[in-house]
Ligand binder design. Structure first.
Ligand SMILES: [Zn+2]
Length: 412
């Protein structure tokens, strides 16, 4: 198994005639197979193999193309059946655009020149030159990357590559992070000691707020024209999404890189249903129920997998209410403020770092492999919190502050 990615190439010239015909045949076979499968109630991949053999002969095309067409038909059929089951009215799927999905036993792609050679039928080939970009070439040249399929349409070809993932290493330290609204916070526990760490991403909240305000303004201004309003709001939503995802990518990349260089396991809380308390204001509810934490975790999972970094998920219950020193769980009412203060032993710590420390303690208690490690609580009191990632805006703010300080120093 591995991670799949698609590389898209827009064609500058029309497809050669034999390939255009193959696309039309492929579409026709898919549509015939959809009907065949539905009429006979076929759902298994193997059930349409005799059908694929027959059409490959009738249409005089490579059997692999015919079989891939029947597999596509089965998946279209599955969606159709599901909709019927759910009581949604649905007509039998029909593919209108010519297309071809070729599997790796029916084509060859030269990763340097971009020449794609496709089998039409036994002994007969056709070829297309794909305009590969430098990025495409770089991906194709990476170790453990294999080209799995090409999806051909009259105007573009997308090359599906699969990257094999390395075995996760056995960790020698733990990077436990509690996920908050505009930062990840927690501890790095290594054989050399424990250190409080943070990964701030304040811009995400700023971007969200800005787009929210803009959307509100837009919908008020365009209240008389719902069609225009919907289009503009949709565009705003997409832009916001892209801006946030792009920022989260930088954050997740940095975290995985830190973990990899320290051979650490990343520990996160398992995000389940995120309860939003009733008594908070509507604005707060909107802020808290936002999706970026889930997106951030998704990115952390797949980037870790690609780089062989182990990830451990922990049940988050009580992590923000437990005292890591004496183990007392606080009452719900006391769960306010930026600081955690224990009623039992007087332990106080930044609430978010404290939650991260509890995640680390849970994992270290459960994993024998990491037996030698322990969370050194006293170190958390002494050390300054180390940021694992500095975004552009934070870096700029720091530089300014330092600038002012030096000015003052000169005055004195
Ligand atoms: Zn305590």
């Amino acid at each position: 198994m591995g991670v799949r990615r698609a590389l898209l190439c827009h064609l500058s010239s029309p497809l050669p005639a034999p390939l255009s015909l193959l696309l039309l045949d492929f579409r026709r076979i898919v549509n015939e197979a959809v009907r065949e499968a539905f009429e006979h109630g076929f759902t298994a991949r193997g059930s349409l193999v005799p059908f694929a053999q027959r059409v490959a002969r009738d249409y005089r095309i490579n059997f692999h193309h015919a079989r891939r067409a029947t597999e596509l038909a089965l998946s279209l059929d599955r969606g159709h059946r599901r909709q019927i089951r759910q009581g949604v009215s649905s007509t039998l799927p029909y593919v209108r655009r010519p297309l071809l999905i070729a599997t790796d036993d029916s084509f060859h792609l030269d990763p340097v020149s971009g020449k794609l050679r496709l089998s039409l039928r036994s002994g007969e080939w056709t070829s297309v030159l794909l305009p590969l970009s430098d990025y495409h070439r770089r991906v194709l040249a990476e170790p453990r990357v294999a080209v799995k399929e090409v999806h051909v349409s009259p105007t573009r070809v997308s090359v599906v590559v699969e990257k094999g993932v390395p075995e996760p290493y056995s960790p020698t330290s733990v990077l436990a992070l509690d996920t908050n609204e505009s930062s990840l916070d927690g501890v790095m526990v290594a054989p050399t000691g424990t250190e409080p760490v943070t990964v701030p991403f304040p811009e995400v909240r700023v971007v969200q707020q800005r787009h929210h305000d803009r959307r509100r303004r837009l919908s008020r201004k365009k209240a008389h024209d719902r069609r225009v309003a919907r289009r503009l709001l949709g565009r705003e939503g997409r832009k916001e999404h892209e801006r946030i995802v792009q920022r989260l990518h930088r954050v997740s990349k940095a975290v995985v890189e830190v973990a990899r260089t320290q051979r650490a396991a990343i520990v996160l809380e398992r995000l389940g249903h995120f309860p939003v308390r009733r008594r908070v204001s509507r604005a707060t509810r909107r802020r808290l129920s936002s999706w970026p934490r889930r997106e951030l975790h998704r990115q952390l999972f797949y980037k870790s997998e690609e780089r062989g970094v182990p990830v451990v998920l922990v049940d988050p219950r009580n992590t923000s209410r437990t005292c890591p020193r004496c183990g007392v769980i606080q009452g719900r009412r006391r769960r306010v403020g930026a600081w955690f203060a224990c009623e039992g032993c007087g332990w106080t710590l930044d609430r978010q770092i404290n939650a991260g420390a509890n995640l680390a303690r849970t994992v270290l208690a459960e994993t024998r492999e990491l037996g030698g490690l322990r969370v050194d609580l006293d170190a958390l009191l002494e050390d300054a919190v180390r940021p694992l990632y500095l975004s552009e805006s934070i870096r700029r703010a720091r530089a300014e502050r330092r600038g002012r300080e030096t000015e003052n120093a000169y005055e004195e």
